[in-house]
Structures are given as structure tokens and as C-alpha cells.
Design a protein around this ligand. Structure first.
Ligand code: SAM
Length: 741
């Protein structure tokens, strides 16, 4: 069997791996597929990681061409039909482009095109057989696969107490479990908005809504991105055609009774959860292979105010499944560390794959990677019944245009399933209604809490204190959040609350101080050694950030005195002092917090709430330590970036969370082995064998700390139990895999 090689820099394979792992089943049985070394999601399919070099053996065949996530820069792996050997090192036909439907992006070519042969041996037959069975189960056993063709253990419930309807778990749900997979009623991507603006201006919505006024009336040339998205959704709801089920859902979201096929009202019948889309539908984004859409928007819904309300109350802005450009490049770096730098062939293939649809090399110019895009704003039936909590137990993210909702922790049978309407903060702008609700906190402008920026540019976030979160939610949705975290936070000891508010205020100041420090670092020399002579002026101008060795504050001051004068040493001195000051202030707050929490005998819930309230402080502290070179980059940075960049709630994500430390250990061990080979003699002579501190200890701890911070930033507080559950499920999976092999 000839191998098929996928590009190892195919981000979506990892990012959305729980869903896209299914795509691996499209590869020829026994084929060798080379993808990211960290695509652990493939394991449940029976794929096996070969060593640590990113080679997977996959053992299943889907006769159809597979095009995972055509919106992103994904691999198209068109396996030849069963029994038909393509007769070479994988030259599948180009996958049909569906990306052109959105924002004019073209399809992508086969990732391996032009990359040359990178064949590995075929998979051992036992592994291939196991993989085949596992992959087959994905399609034949409704409960087995990540895209099982039914909705997860979810039921609609009338909750009372002012929260209206909601979703509850119909049985105990494990962390990471898929709860919903839903296709949208309307969807707006950032990159489609320019088109939306001009199309709204030139092509007003055809049929004038009655009895409301045309949506286009709101259009003005300075329309902001968020408003344009909301208008775009209204326009789509107005002008598109629906399946009967969708029309019923829309009516239900409008608070109107559903209509039968003959147009009769069906008096208050509660909507059923929409069935999960078939795998083929999810993969072939934008096509309607399951149900025909032939119902126009019912006249009674042709009302601008009604549609505006539907959008306002029900639109989600979940994670797009692929991360933003920074995280994408950060991950590329990590991959380089993990599997070695790309060969020129691979680099070329990755660029083509990430580019705008060329599937071959044309001309001299290299195609530029397009970079992943942010998530869309959309209305998804079913998921629109999820109520908010500041300690949500689910996360939502988009693959293609399908919204996936997964459990972020264990949920007991009968408990309500919740999601956060606020962005999580800390720069990871994963949110449901993030921009709207977040912006509301800006206007509030009152008191210390309102000034607190919560790590997300002045917006109320999941990490903001209770007052800010509540103000944002009340402003946007008109409810006062009474979730467990809000009530716990309210009930905290007044002194501790005051301390948290104080810390929240100070964090923004510290963040600014750190920025100042980093600005100084930009102009400081890039010398390895602090007592070196200043570099020449050319070097001084280089915009580099100092990431040097560990250095105490006292040493800094002493050595500053020794330095030659002038702008260079001045910059260096300023940078060190500013960073040292941030470290010491943030450190003092952390100690205060620890002391306060130690004195008050807090319950677990109170501890978690208090800790989550100061996560932004920790972020600043880590950044300041890194700026001073006290956390050794790049490892801790890279592990944290990686953890932060995968789709929240995906199996990949949960895996990374639970195994960050282990990952760091592997990376460090690898690095250390290499370093040791080079410097055993020197180190042995300096410290004596066994006499020196193993350098990985701190670095692993740092990586672990940063990962759990990233976890908190995404999810809010996480209990020990959940963390244990994740580790346990990981261990169980490892054991099962071990036995299978
Ligand atoms: C996306 S809908 C959720 C489903 C809604 N409960 C229903 O019955 O259709 C959003 C609306 O639900 C209500 N809601 C959501 N979370 C809530 C909470 N934690 N407390 C009170 N009301 C909430 C608010 O009225 C909000 O505008």
C-alpha cells in the first residue's frame, strides 16, 4: 500500500481534531500519514503515533474524497476509492473548493502537492485492523464517534425562576463530551463583512419586511464591524430559505408558536433539538445534503424589531475552531520544536496549503499564508437555549459553519448546561456575545470595578469582578446573573473582596508598567551578558526583546552602575527597573492574596472564585518574569501558546490541559538530551556529576503553571476534581490504547 502524506503543518487537524480526526478515516487503510506530532485526537480512531516524529499510521478507508474544514487552510486528502491504487506517492485529485462561498477565499490544494515523496513504511497489520475497526465504528455505532448522528445527552427544560427555557444534561456528562452539533440559521464572518456592506448599500433587501421597516435603513458608511455583523445576521434571517424545522425554531426564538407544514399554527409546541448534521454535511460546508430548504421566512416574522431581538438574544460568537494569526504562528514554532524545522518542501507545501487556493507553484512569488481567521457570529438553533453562567460547564466552538458544544467539566444528570456570554478575557477572546456584553461594561464607568479591564481591552470579561460582569450582562440581556460564582463572590469576606477589587484595579496599572518596561527592552541592547560592554549603535537600534538569564533586582542595580553611560545603558537600566518593579508589586499582591486566603477558612468554591478573580494579576506577573528573563523562554511561552490556541472544548484542548506538564517534560527532556550531549564535559567539570540542579525542574513547573493559568482564562476556575477527572480519563485512554496494541 502506498503511503499518503499529509502536511504536518495542517493546523486544523489539531485544532479541531475531535471533529477532523474523522477525516483520517478517509485515508487509505494502512497508509502512512504524516501529521502533527501532537494530533492525539487521532488515537481514538486507532491511529498510532510512530515515535515522536509526527508519523501516524491510519487504517481506514472512506471512498469519497475528504475535505475537512474547507474554510480553513486545511489539508484535502482525497483518497482514491477502495481498491483503486493511485499508483504513487499520493496524487489525489484536487478537492472541490467550497471556501469560495465565503469571503471569496479559494479552495486549497492537496497539502502534499509539490512537497516530494516522504514515504514511510506501511502500518503493521494489527494496528491497521484496530484502526479500521475504530474508524468504522465512527460511522456505524451512533454513540461512538465525535460526530454521532444524534444530539448528545441534552434535553430542553423550562427552568422557571426568570431564566426561561434552558438545556439540561439528560444523563451524567463527562468532560469533553459532545453535547450538540448544530448548523446555523444565520452566520456572519469578519471577512464577509466588506462584501456585506457593499451588498447592503447596492442591493437592498428585496422584499420589504412588513410591518417593520427595511433593515437597510440602519446602514451607514461608518458601520462598525460588530453592528455590521448583527445587521448581516438580520438580513440573512430575512432573505434566506429554511427547512421546516428551522422555520419552527426561528418562530420559537421569536416567542411565536410553530407552524405546521400546511401553515397551521401548532399552539405552543416546544421545539425539538435539531438533529446533529451528518458528517458529510459538516465536511461539505454550506451544502444542504440532508434537508431541502424550501420554506421562505414566514410573513409573521418579517419584522425588523423581532429579527433584531432574535439576533441580539441568540447570536453566538464562539471560537472559530482555528485560532488567530499570532496563536497560529506560535503553534508553528512549537511544532518546529516538537518535530524539527520544516524542510523547504514542507514549507512550500504549508504555504500553499495556507494560501488562497493555489495548488501549485506559479511564478517566483511564494504564496503568503493567509492566516487563520477569527470565529463568526451566528444563530444556531438548539444552542440558543443555553443560558449564561460565569462558571460555565460547556464551551462552544465552530468547525466549518457547524457549532459544537462540549462539556467543559463533568455535569450531573439533570443539571443545567451553561455557556459564558462574556469573553473569557486575558486576551483569549473566546466569547459568546463577547463584544456586545463586554462593551457594556465600558459605558458603566462607575467605581473601581468598572475601571478594571479584565485583560481584554476595557471590556467586561469572565475574569472581571462580579460588579462588572453583572453590569455587562444586565445591559445587554437585562438579567442579573445569579450564578454560583456571582453569589459566592458576593458572599466572600468583605476584606477579601476589597483586596480582590484593589488587585483588579492595580492589575491594569501593572500591565501598563510592564508595557513601558518592554518598550525600554526594545531599545536596550541584545547582549547575552549584562556586564558586557555596550554593543555598537547599530545593535542598539535593533528591535529585540531581552530574554536573558536570571538576574536579581539587586544585581541589576549594581551592574547598572558599572555600565557605560549613554542611551543604551539608560534603556537597559529603565527596562530592568520597570520590569523589576512590576515583578515585586505583583509578587506582593500574590503574597497578600495567599495570606488572606490562608487566614480565612474558605470553602473550595470560595477559593476558586477568589483565585479566578486574580488570574489577570498572575498573567502580568508571569509576563514580567519572562521579560526579566526569569522564566526561560521559549519553552514555557510556547507550551502556553499552544494550550491557548486549540479549539476550546475539543478533545485536543482537554488533552493539552490535562497533559501540559507531561508535554513540557517531554520537550524539556528532549532539549536537555541534546544539550547534555553537547555540554556534558563542561557541566560535569563545573558542578560535578549529580551536583547541579536539573534545569528542567523550574521550566516544567513554569510551563505547568502557565497552562493552568491558560485553562482558568478559558474556563474560569477549575476544580481539583475536574482536573483529576481529565487526568484519569487520559490515563484510561492510554491504558486502553496500550492494551489494544
Ligand atoms: C440565548 S437565550 C437563552 C434561552 C432563554 N432562556 C430562552 O428561554 O429562550 C438568552 C436569554 O436567556 C436569558 N438568560 C440567559 N442566561 C440567564 C441567566 N443566567 N439568568 C437569567 N436569565 C438568563 C436572558 O433573557 C437572555 O437574553
Amino acid at each position: 500500500m502506498k503511503p499518503i502524506l499529509l502536511n504536518r503543518h495542517s493546523p486544523c487537524i489539531r485544532t479541531c481534531c475531535a471533529e477532523s480526526a474523522a477525516m483520517l478515516s478517509s485515508v487509505r487503510p494502512g497508509a502512512t500519514t504524516r501529521i502533527s506530532a501532537s494530533c492525539y485526537a487521532a488515537a481514538p480512531l486507532g491511529a498510532r503515533l510512530d515515535g515522536r516524529r509526527g508519523v501516524w499510521h491510519v487504517g481506514s478507508l472512506r471512498p469519497n474524497g475528504c475535505s475537512i474544514l474547507p474554510l480553513q487552510r486545511c489539508v484535502y486528502a482525497n483518497a482514491a476509492p477502495a481498491g483503486k491504487d493511485s499508483g504513487g506517492s499520493a496524487e489525489p485529485e484536487p478537492a472541490p473548493s467550497s471556501a469560495g462561498r465565503r469571503g471569496g477565499k479559494g479552495g486549497r490544494g492537496y497539502a502534499g502537492a509539490g512537497a516530494g515523496p516522504r514515504a514511510r513504511g506501511s502500518a503493521p497489520s494489527a494496528v491497521a485492523a484496530a484502526a479500521q475497526a475504530a474508524a468504522d465504528a465512527l460511522f456505524t455505532d451512533p454513540g461512538a464517534g465525535p460526530l454521532a448522528p444524534q444530539v448528545g445527552p441534552v434535553a430542553i427544560a423550562d427552568l422557571g425562576d426568570g431564566r426561561g427555557r434552558g438545556l439540561v444534561a439528560s444523563r451524567t456528562v463527562q468532560p469533553g463530551e459532545l453535547l450538540l452539533a448544530v448548523r446555523p440559521l444565520a452566520l456572519a464572518w469578519d471577512d464577509g463583512l466588506a462584501a456585506l456592506g457593499s451588498s447592503l448599500a447596492q442591493d437592498p433587501v428585496g422584499s420589504e419586511p412588513t410591518p417593520g421597516t427595511p433593515i437597510d435603513e440602519d446602514l451607514d458608511p461608518d458601520l462598525g464591524l460588530e453592528d455590521a455583523k448583527f445587521l448581516g445576521l438580520q438580513r440573512q434571517l430575512l432573505s434566506r430559505r429554511y427547512t421546516l424545522r428551522e422555520a419552527e425554531w426561528l418562530a420559537s426564538l421569536c416567542g411565536l408558536p410553530p407552524v405546521s407544514e400546511e401553515g397551521q399554527e401548532q399552539g405552543g409546541k416546544a421545539p425539538e433539538l435539531p438533529p446533529a448534521p451528518a458528517l458529510e454535511t459538516v465536511l461539505a460546508v454550506g451544502t444542504d445534503t440532508v434537508e431541502r430548504r424550501d420554506v421562505p421566512l414566514p410573513d409573521r416574522l418579517r419584522n425588523r424589531d423581532i429579527l433584531a431581538d432574535v439576533v441580539q438574544a441568540n447570536a453566538f460568537a464562539p471560537d472559530g475552531g482555528c485560532e488567530d494569526a499570532d496563536a497560529y504562528w506560535a503553534r508553528r514554532q512549537v511544532e518546529d520544536v516538537a518535530v524539527g524545522p520544516m524542510s523547504p518542501d514542507d514549507e512550500y507545501a504549508a504555504k500553499v496549503d495556507a494560501g488562497d487556493g493555489d495548488d501549485g507553484w506559479e511564478g517566483d512569488e511564494e504564496p503568503e499564508p493567509a492566516g487563520p481567521r477569527a470565529g463568526p457570529l451566528g444563530v444556531w438553533p438548539g444552542a440558543s437555549l443555553l443560558n449564561h453562567s460565569c462558571m460555565p460547564n460547556t464551551v462552544a466552538f465552530v468547525v466549518g459553519d457547524t457549532l459544537f458544544v462540549r462539556a467543559a467539566r463533568k455535569v450531573a444528570a439533570g443539571s443545567e448546561l451553561t455557556v459564558s456570554y462574556l469573553p473569557v478575557g486575558g486576551g483569549a477572546d473566546t466569547s459568546v456575545f463577547g463584544s456586545e456584553a463586554g462593551a457594556a461594561a465600558d459605558d458603566d464607568g462607575e467605581g473601581a470595578a468598572a475601571e478594571y479591564e479584565g485583560g481584554s481591552g476595557g471590556r467586561g470579561t469572565l475574569l472581571s469582578p462580579v460588579e462588572v460582569r453583572r453590569a455587562a450582562l444586565e445591559d445587554s440581556y437585562g438579567f442579573v446573573c445569579g450564578c454560583g460564582r456571582c453569589t459566592t463572590e458576593e458572599g466572600l469576606d468583605p476584606k477579601l473582596r476589597a483586596l480582590i477589587a484593589d488587585i483588579a484595579d492595580s492589575t491594569q496599572g501593572l500591565r501598563e508598567d510592564l508595557e513601558t518596561a518592554l518598550a525600554w527592552a526594545e531599545v536596550a541592547p541584545d547582549g547575552e551578558d549584562d556586564d558586557e560592554e555596550d554593543e555598537d549603535e547599530e545593535e542598539t537600534k535593533k528591535p529585540t526583546k531581552k530574554k536573558g538569564k536570571q538576574q536579581s533586582t539587586e544585581d541589576d542595580d549594581e551592574e547598572d552602575e558599572d555600565e557605560a553611560g549613554g542611551a543604551t545603558s539608560g534603556s537597559k537600566r529603565q527596562w530592568r527597573k520597570a520590569a523589576a518593579s512590576v515583578v515585586s508589586q505583583a509578587g506582593a499582591y500574590v503574597e497578600l492574596m495567599d495570606a488572606a486566603m490562608g487566614k480565612l477558612k474558605l470553602s473550595m468554591a470560595e477559593q476558586e472564585t477568589a483565585q479566578s478573580a486574580v488570574v489577570p494579576l498572575y498573567t502580568v506577573l508571569w509576563a514580567a518574569l519572562a521579560a526579566r528573563g526569569e522564566i526561560e523562554p521559549p519553552l514555557s511561552e510556547m507550551v502556553a501558546s499552544l494550550v491557548g490556541s486549540v479549539a476550546p472544548g475539543s478533545a485536543d484542548h482537554l488533552w493539552w490541559r490535562a497533559n501540559a506538564l507531561e508535554t513540557a517534560q517531554i520537550l524539556v527532556a528532549e532539549e536537555e538530551m541534546e544539550a547534555a550531549a553537547a555540554s556534558t564535559i563542561v557541566r560535569g567539570a563545573k558542578a560535578g556529576f549529580g551536583g547541579f540542579k536539573r534545569p528542567e525542574d523550574d521550566r516544567v513547573a513554569n510551563a505547568g503553571n502557565r497552562c493552568s493559568a491558560a485553562f482558568k482564562i478559558r474556563y474560569g476556575p477549575i476544580s481539583r476534581q475536574v482536573y483529576k477527572a481529565l487526568l484519569k480519563s487520559r490515563r484510561e485512554r492510554d491504558d486502553a490504547e496500550g492494551e489494544a496494541e
